[in-house]
Every structure is written in C-alpha cells, then in structure tokens.
Design a protein around this ligand. Structure first.
Ligand SMILES: [Ca+2]
Ligand SMILES: [Ca+2]
Length: 490
C-alpha cells in the first residue's frame, strides 16, 4: 500500500513538473477559485486535474516518474524582494491537494505549486513546534541555543534573528500568528517585538476561533471571531499595505495554528467534508480555511501590483500528527515527534514570479535551517555568522542539482537540558543516505537508509554498508561536538 501511494504521489508531483514546463495558464484570482471549488464540492484530484488542463501537455504524457530539478531562473535575481514566510502547524507531507491527498483541499497552495518551486524533500529541523521556529529565526540548530523543551522553549535573546538582520537592512518587519518561543509577560518574556519585529499581532501558543490570547504590539485584543488563519492574514495585509506606501521592502512572518489540535473550523470551511467525521470536518476545515487565507493574500498582492517581486515561502513546522485516520505522511514512516521521514519531511513551496520564472519540482533536500542564509543572500546581507544551513539561492538559479552539505537533526523527546554530548536520537542526512544514531545508557545504535530507493525507511543498510556508516557518523559526531561546545558556552 505504501509503495502504491508513493507511486501515485510521484505521478502527482510529476504532473506539477509538466505543468511547470508548459505555458502559464491565465487563471482567475486564487481566492475566487477556492470559493468556486467549495460550492461545487469538487474533489482534490479533480482540482489537480483542472490545473493540469490549463496546460498544453496532458498528465498522461509524463515520460518519467522521478521529479526533476530544472530551472531557467534569471542569472541575476531581483534584489531585495519582499519576503513572506508562511508556516502551518502540524500539516503532514501528504496533506495537500497537489499530493493527491484523499481529503485535504488546498486549491490556492496547489496554484502556488503550479506557479513556483515545489520541494519534494523539505525538512523541518525538528519534529515538533518550538525548535523548528527557533531554527528559522536563528539559522542555527536549536540545541546550540538551548532550545530543548518540547512543550515550548524560549528564544535565546543573544541570538541575532533573521528579523533583526532584515530590520537593520531597511526592511519593515512583522510577525503574525503563533509564536511559541517565548511568553508575552513576566520577567523572562521574549516577544516578537523584542526579536526584530516592528509590528506583531501574535499569540504565545496555538489558537482557535474564540482565542483571547492575541496581543497586538504589546496590547491584548478582543477574542477572535473569524477563522484564525483569515484573521492573521488580514492583520498581515494591513501591515503590508501600510509599508507598501512607505516604498520599503517588507518581511512578514505568518505562522498559522492550523491544523493543530483542537480543531475548530468555520461552517463554510467544513462544508466540503460533510461526509467525514466531526473531527475530520474540523481538521480538514481548518486546513481549508488556511488555504482560503492564502487566496486572500495572493489576491491582494496581485491587486496591489507587488506579487511579482514578493517571495512567498510556504512550509509546515513538523510532520503530520496523524490523529485523523488518513495517511498524512503519505506512506512515509513515523509522524510528529519522530526523526523518521514522516516526522520531519513537510510540504514546501516557494512562489516568486520575478525570481522563479520556470515552475519546477526539485528533489534536492532543503530545510528550515536554510531559510535564514537564503534570505540573507536575497537581501544582500553579509552576516559572517556560522550557520547550520546553506543559501538556496543557487538552487533557485538552477545552479545546485545536488546539495553540497548534509542536513543535521538532533532531537530527544524527554530532554529538557543537555547532560551529555551525543545524547539522544540524531540524524545525519547526506542524501540519499540517512543515518539514524541512537545513544542510550546501553550504547550507540546506528541505522542507515537510502531514501532514494527506500523513502519509507524499511531496509536498514547499516550492517552491509559499514564504510558509509563510518563516514557519515564521523561527520555527525564532529558536528555534535560543535553544537555541544555552543550549548555549554552559552
Ligand atoms: Ca507543530
Ligand atoms: Ca486548531
């Protein structure tokens, strides 16, 4: 079953690639499309098919089943684009329309995927919320900064955030939605306002309709009465509109709470899922409301004439929680909380019409640690900082077909503080090889998988590929020693 599902997904992704190779269809505003689809109650598959029908190449003409990284970007990317980071909360790798999920309805994200760059191997640094958020804002592995607590760590204020970098470089900066890396009150509060954001309309943790924890620039506001995704995007649009007038590039971070538990969707967002359980209606309804807000955002940017030079970078913060009985991880192993693929591989799309002019699908691995260095390069900032990710600008320009450095992961579910170097579970992703290392009081255990041949991590190669294990383990251990050094010198 896993294999057949993965095969279907490959076909689905490939059809996106085919879409990307053909002429761009004239499409109505995305939000309008989403509405039409609700009324007609069309299926996810039919939405994907209809996107494909806007092209000259029928999906059946797909000659191969592997995604291919092909891009013809401008040799010089436009300087200092507007930047919007969008992140869902617990949306699994398979839970999009463009991945042909059996229920998830994401027509606006599918449109972004048909217009931009789709990552098939994009990784959240951690399989849970807070450390991934720290990885985005600091560009460093969260363990370096002391962020360990799975219930919510606090951003170390000695770190230089990407918001501070862009603020110093003349960007207007705003944070909207879930924070979850610091309290908003008390002696040790760390707010978005203290972390480089000029404007913030944010909640300290997850939120749902009726939430009364939102704070706008330091002042509490009344409970939210509309869909929460629509609410934070509306606030972000107000910030963007104000800063457009100032003729200044902007950086907006929109961190959704959907589809995190508890689930509470608006009636119109639940309507397409009426045949499912109440929980599933609210779950997929939250996701559909999030997607509707993408339509609002994209329509406004187009109406204001700034869509072309605005980078929309969408991803989820960790793998599927899989509490709804449908395969959110699309045949991968593991889920939220695990360093198996299902816990860390997430949907990711970048839409930037003036920078990514040929739409394409890449299987080059990338992740949330790469966001910081990529944005620095896009904004023309030399930081001199030692970061754990790399700039993806060469990938955007078609100059990176294989990733030059591995991606590190390190996560221990019960760890509140480091007590020993190398403790816990860690992963060294040197694609296509993925090394799992588990350190307990009993000793060290390795597993090795070839993700290209075995994306579901079923066939452990550690015993037969000792040389590869040794090579990856040596690099991983050296990196862990460096992280340990940073942690202990904080
Ligand atoms: Ca999450
Ligand atoms: Ca929720």
């Amino acid at each position: 079953m896993h294999k057949s599902y993965l095969f279907c997904l490959c076909l689905s992704l490939l059809s996106l690639f085919v879409i990307g190779c053909s002429n761009r269809p004239d499409t109505p505003p995305a939000q309008e499309q989403g509405r039409v689809e609700t009324e007609q109650n069309r299926t996810v598959t039919s939405v994907a098919t209809e996107i494909a029908q806007g092209t000259d190449v029928p999906p059946t003409a797909v000659p191969i089943i592997e995604p291919t990284a092909v891009v013809a970007a401008p040799s010089e990317l436009p300087a200092r684009p507007n930047i919007i980071l969008l992140m869902t909360d617990d949306q699994g790798w398979g839970e999009t329309g463009y991945m042909n999920h059996p229920h998830a309805l994401t027509p606006n994200l599918d449109q972004m995927a048909a217009n931009g760059l789709v990552f098939t191997h994009f990784y959240a640094t951690a399989p849970i919320c807070s450390p991934t958020r720290v990885s985005i804002l600091t560009g460093r592995h969260p363990y370096r900064t002391g962020c360990m607590d799975v219930m919510g760590c606090t951003l170390d204020t000695t770190e230089i955030t990407i918001a501070q970098q862009l603020q110093t470089a003349g960007y207007a900066t705003g944070h909207f939605g879930k924070w979850h890396i610091g309290r908003f009150g008390g002696r040790n509060a760390v707010t978005p306002g203290m972390s480089g954001f000029d404007t913030w309309v944010s909640a300290p943790r997850f939120f749902d309709i009726g939430d009364d924890t939102f704070v706008r620039n330091g002042t509490s506001i009344p409970p939210i009465e509309i869909d929460t995704s629509e609410f934070i995007v509306t606030e972000a649009l107000q910030f963007i509109e104000e800063n457009m007038a100032a003729d200044q590039p902007f950086f907006a971070v929109i961190w959704y709470a959907a589809p995190h538990t508890p689930w509470d969707a608006m009636p119109e967002d639940k309507a397409p899922f009426a045949d499912l359980s109440e929980d599933a209606q609210n779950y997929y309804g939250e996701l559909y409301g999030m997607d509707r807000s993408l339509g609002l955002l994209r329509s406004a940017l187009q109406e204001w004439g700034i869509a072309d030079n605005t980078v929309l970078w969408f991803n989820s913060d960790n793998g599927a929680a899989n509490r709804i009985p449908a395969d959110g991880v699309a045949g991968l192993s593991g889920q939220k909380g695990s360093l198996q693929e299902g816990g860390i591989r997430v949907p990711a799309v970048i839409e930037w019409p003036s920078g990514i002019t040929s739409r394409f699908v890449t299987d080059t691995p990338a992740g949330t640690l790469d966001i910081y260095p990529t944005l620095l390069e896009l904004a023309g900032i030399e930081s001199g900082l030692a970061l754990d990710g790399i700039s993806l600008v060469p990938l955007l320009k078609g100059e990176m077909e294989t990733r030059p450095v591995p991606i590190p992961f390190w996560y221990e579910r019960n760890l509140l503080e480091f007590t020993a170097q190398e403790l816990g579970t860690s992963v060294w992703l040197d694609y296509p090889y993925k090394l799992h290392k588990t350190v307990t009081a009993e000793g060290t255990h390795y597993e090795l998988y070839d993700l290209a041949a075995d994306p579901a991590e079923q066939n452990d190669l550690a015993a037969q590929e000792a040389e590869i294990v040794n090579r990856l383990a040596a690099a991983q251990t050296a990196w862990q020693a460096d992280v340990w050094q940073d942690f202990t010198s904080r």
